[in-house]
Each structure stands twice: as structure tokens, then as C-alpha cells.
Design a protein around this ligand. Structure first.
Ligand code: GLN
Length: 542
């Protein structure tokens, strides 16, 4: 029997609901249950693929090719369950679906309304998860009180009513702000938020209270009294120094126990949290430290490189090393700038995925610096394309080498995936819609036996998640390889360069895909493990 846990948020956004849901998922797994996590997003975009990483953080890509919310990344990192396309739905998708059914006449001329048509569509999305897990955890994006959230709240209210109270649980995540003048944590915003939720007919049974300090028992009692919640179910969710401590912290406050209790499950499972204890120990007690420079474009919003940051931490966990990230804007390296001033003392340089021209010349300079100074270099997606363009310009003598994404003129070493073949086999990408025109999702690649990358993976056959429109022109393979820039991995048909590595460098690898998306703290991605190991070796040199 599948049980459903709905997680809503109150008071403010950015409370870490996604992380909280993921951590609860991990705790239920530790009790031996099968979990599935999904997210209902109230915004109108059809998918987050075209949303600015500045506003919304990174776009998380699933194996089955969906561009989804970054919370799905948290879910996967904490539970190891691969996220899927139908783990995320937005208002835009719901309306698109309902309107297309209306156009097809599926509603037989009925008046189409938010209730029941929109809410039914949302409930169908949740119902689809039936039987796939013991617990389905369903996070509702946004904050209670937002206009956009209303249909979702109404849908989960109906859902709980339909499946019965013994199969549905509502957890509300709120904030207790600390007011220095009063010297206390304030409970009023939480009271209002619960009241608002109750006005929609949803009575939360558990409150997860975010706070930056201990919540005194009398404050917890007060919340219980005013919010009509059992005292034991007012659970402090205090700030912790590493996100991987969240499952342990919630467990310490009794969250998983209270979830069992709310469902009336007499579970005496002796849960094993040793993997989380080991991870936290490694993060908190490293044996050394390396500095990694990330030369990107969206560097002033930490969430825009969420999975990447975490994958680097995972590489550190595997090496018992703290990884300090230093973010640089590619643009700041352009013109007459001495990169040594910025990059001196870093032990590894990484150019992550990105789109558009801004900052790319600076990224190419960073590649050159890493290559010449023999500093470990990791190029991801755009970062691999930058590495190829750098080699073409500075080693192959193609001075105007570029990508057609960046420049209409010049020699296009990198170009739109469909541009290469003029013989009619593939058509140039003429689709004017920006959504859905990329190569997104898991694709296999074949690595050359004996290459460094095959050695790192321990296998020649890999599958990784992609998100790109452009590719390196395979026709330049021989020219680049003569200069030590080896195409060590290709698509199985041998047409699309998937990885490159330099044979004259301690660690210089570019990949056309996003390995960071599959890295987990308990299963760090081999490329990140190897990159951080190379950075550790570099740190011993300087
Ligand atoms: N903009 C490049 C492309 O579309 C790289 C994409 C990326 O880095 N994810 O191919």
C-alpha cells in the first residue's frame, strides 16, 4: 500500500523544503522502505529548461530527458533513486495538458474549470505514483498563500480526503525568525501560515520549524497549542554545517519516528544511518584542502551550479579532502588581465556547462592557463567545447576557431548538432522554439580502451546525461589529435565527440555531458573523485 506525504512551505521561500523532503526520503529508506519523491511546481513555465539559472538555479536533467527543477537533484543525491520525467509537474504542463484535451473534445463540451479539471489533472499526476513505492513524498513548490499554489493545495486536500487519513500526511515547513531586539524566536508567522493552510482545508500533522538556534520547549509548546499540533510533532529543523547532516539532524529530532506515528505504523526498525555518519565525518574532519576555480557565468547565485558544487564535495569526501570553491566570472578574465593574479594557488580549474557568448573568451583563457601551467583541468559540456577551441586556436593555428553559438563568422570547430552534414542526412535546427530543441537526457558513449578516462571509469561503455545543442566537429579530430588533444570517447556511431583528454598533461579532461548530475555523496562520480585526487597531487607541488 502506497502512503503519501505532502510537504508544503510557509512564511518565506528558500526554506530548504526540497532538501527536507530528500532527507526524509533517506530516513525512510534507512528504515527499509521504498520511496519515490516528486515535485509540484506552481510556476507557469512548461518546464524549467528555458528559465534563467540566475532566477531559478540549475536545470536538473533526468535520464529520460526531462529538464526539471533542481530539487529533483536533491532527491536523487539523497536517495539514489534516479529522477524521472514524471517526478515533476508545473502549472504550465497541467494547463497545456488540460487545454489540449479540451481542443480534442475529450471533455465533451463541458465547461473547463480549475476545479475539477485542473485539480483532477494534478491528482492524476500523483495517482500515477501508486504502487511504485511504500511512500510517495510530494513537495509543493512555492509558499502557502501564493495565488499560484492554490490549485495544488486544493488538489492535495482532495487527494488526502479520497485516499483516507491513514494514507496521507501533511508536513508543513515554516520559519521561526529570530528578532535580536526581543532576543527571541518568533512563532507568529508560523501560526499565521498554519492558519492559512487550514483555511484551505489542510491540517498539517507535523511542523518542521526552521530556525538558526535552539527552539526552547516553551516555544514549541506554544506552537503546538496555537497550531493544533501534537507537541512531539513540532520538530526543530536547525541550520547545520553540511547538508548531508540533515538526515541525522532530523532523525535526532524524531522526524521519521513521528511520521511512522502519524500513519499509525508500529515500526521498531533499527535504522542504520552509518553511511550518513561516515559522510558527515568526512566532510567535517578532512585531512587537507584543495582550491578549485570555477570559471563560469552564473557564479553569483550558488544554486545555479548546485549539482556541480555537490559533485566536487563528493570528490572531496572520497579523497578525505575539503574542497574550497572559488568562483570567477569568465568575463572578468577578458582583455588585458593577468590570470595568474586570480588563479595562482588554485589546484584545479573547472569550466562548467553554459550557454551563450558572454564570458567565453575569458573561459578560453582559463583553459590556456590550465594547459600551459599543467594545472588539472575539467571541462564540462561548454567547458569541453572551450578546451577544443583553445587547442584549435593556440596549437593547430586556426586563429579564428570558434563555435557557431558564439560567432557567425570564424571557423566553426564547434557547431549546431545538425549543421555538420550538408548531404541531407541531418537537417539544420530550424525550430524557433527554444524549449525542447536540445539533446537532453542519457546517451551512451564508447570510451577508447587504454585512455585515461576509460581507466577512471573502469569501463569503456558509459551512459551519461546530456544537455546541449552544439557539438565538436568530428572532422577536426586528426588535426587536434596531432596536437595531443585526443578524442577519447565518442557516441556509439562514432560521429559525436563525447570526451577529450590531453596526453601531455597531468589531468586534462573535457566531457560533452554532465557527470555532476549522477554523483552522490555515498557514490561519488569517478571523474570528480579523480579530478580532486589530481588537485591533491597538484597541491603537493605548489
Ligand atoms: N551551449 C553549449 C551547447 O549547447 C553547451 C551546453 C552546456 O554546457 N550544457 O552545446
Amino acid at each position: 500500500m502506497t502512503r503519501y506525504i505532502f510537504i508544503t512551505g510557509g512564511v518565506v521561500s528558500s526554506l530548504g523544503k526540497g532538501l527536507g523532503s530528500a532527507a526524509l526520503g533517506a530516513l525512510l529508506q534507512a528504515r527499509g522502505y521504498k520511496v519515490r519523491l516528486c515535485k509540484l511546481d506552481p510556476y507557469l513555465n512548461v518546464d524549467p529548461g528555458t528559465m534563467s539559472p540566475f532566477q531559478h538555479g540549475e536545470v536538473y536533467v533526468t535520464d529520460d530527458g526531462a529538464e526539471t527543477d533542481l530539487d529533483l537533484g536533491h532527491y536523487e543525491r539523497f536517495t539514489g533513486v534516479p529522477a524521472r520525467k514524471n517526478d515533476n509537474i508545473t502549472t504550465g504542463q497541467v494547463y497545456t495538458e488540460v487545454l489540449s484535451k479540451e481542443r480534442k473534445g475529450d471533455y465533451l463540451g463541458a465547461t473547463i474549470q480549475v476545479i475539477p479539471h485542473i485539480t483532477n489533472e494534478i491528482k492524476d499526476f500523483i495517482h500515477e505514483k501508486e504502487g511504485t513505492a511504500d511512500f510517495v513524498l510530494c513537495e509543493i513548490g512555492g509558499t502557502v498563500g501564493d495565488i499560484e499554489s492554490l490549485p495544488f493545495l486544493e488538489a492535495i486536500r482532495q487527494f488526502g480526503n479520497e485516499v483516507g487519513a491513514d494514507r496521507a500526511l501533511y508536513i508543513h515547513v515554516t520559519l521561526l525568525p529570530y528578532i535580536p531586539a526581543a532576543g527571541e524566536l518568533k512563532t507568529k508567522p508560523t501560526q499565521h501560515s498554519v492558519k492559512e493552510l487550514m483555511s484551505y482545508g489542510i491540517r498539517p500533522q507535523i511542523l518542521l520549524c526552521r530556525a538558526d538556534r535552539e527552539i526552547a520547549q516553551d516555544e514549541r509548546d506554544k506552537i503546538a497549542l496555537f497550531c493544533n499540533i501534537a507537541k512531539d510533532k513540532v520538530i526543530p529543523a536547525l541550520d547545520v554545517s553540511t547538508i548531508y547532516e540533515v538526515p541525522l539532524s532530523y532523525h535526532g529530532e524524531g522526524l521519521d519516528h513521528q511520521v511512522m506515528d502519524s500513519f499509525g505504523i508500529k515500526d521498531i526498525a533499527n535504522l542504520d544511518l552509518s553511511i550518513w555518519e561516515r559522510i558527515v565525518r568526512r566532510v567535517k574532519e578532512p585531512e587537507g584542502k584543495v582550491k578549485i576555480a570555477i570559471v563560469g557565468k552564473y557564479t553569483n547565485l550558488a544554486d545555479s551550479y548546485k549539482s556541480l558544487n555537490e559533485a566536487l564535495v563528493h570528490g572531496g569526501i572520497a579523497n578525505k579532502i575539503e574542497v574550497e570553491l572559488k568562483f570567477f566570472e569568465g568575463e572578468d578574465f577578458e582583455g588585458d588581465v593577468d590570470l595568474a593574479q586570480h588563479l595562482q594557488g588554485v589546484h584545479g580549474i573547472l569550466v562548467p556547462g553554459g550557454f551563450g557568448k558572454r564570458g567565453t573568451e575569458g573561459k578560453i583563457k582559463a583553459v590556456q592557463y590550465a594547459r600551459e601551467k599543467k594545472i588539472p583541468y575539467f571541462g564540462i559540456c561548454l567547458g569541453m567545447q572551450m578546451a577544443i577551441i583553445e587547442a584549435a586556436r593556440n596549437l593547430c593555428g586556426i586563429e579564428d576557431a570558434t563555435s557557431s553559438e558564439l560567432n557567425d563568422g570564424g571557423e566553426h570547430i564547434v557547431g549546431l548538432m545538425t549543421e555538420w552534414e550538408q548531404d541531407g542526412k541531418k537537417q539544420a535546427g530550424t525550430d524557433k522554439d527554444l524549449g525542447g530543441t536540445m539533446r537532453v537526457g542519457a546517451y551512451p558513449a564508447k570510451l577508447t580502451e587504454g585512455s585515461r578516462i576509460a581507466e577512471i571509469y573502469g569501463s569503456a561503455d558509459i551512459s551519461e546525461r546530456h544537455r546541449h545543442r552544439y557539438e565538436v566537429n568530428i572532422n577536426y579530430k586528426d588535426k587536434l589529435e596531432e596536437q595531443g588533444c585526443v578524442f577519447s570517447g565518442l557516441s556509439p556511431d562514432g560521429e559525436l565527440p563525447e570526451t577529450m583528454e590531453r596526453i601531455d598533461h597531468p589531468w586534462f579532461i573535457g566531457v560533452q555531458y554532465h557527470p555532476e548530475l549522477k554523483s552522490k555523496p555515498f557514490d561519488p562520480h569517478p571523474l570528480f573523485v579523480s579530478f580532486i585526487k589530481a588537485a591533491v597531487e597538484q597541491s603537493r607541488l605548489v
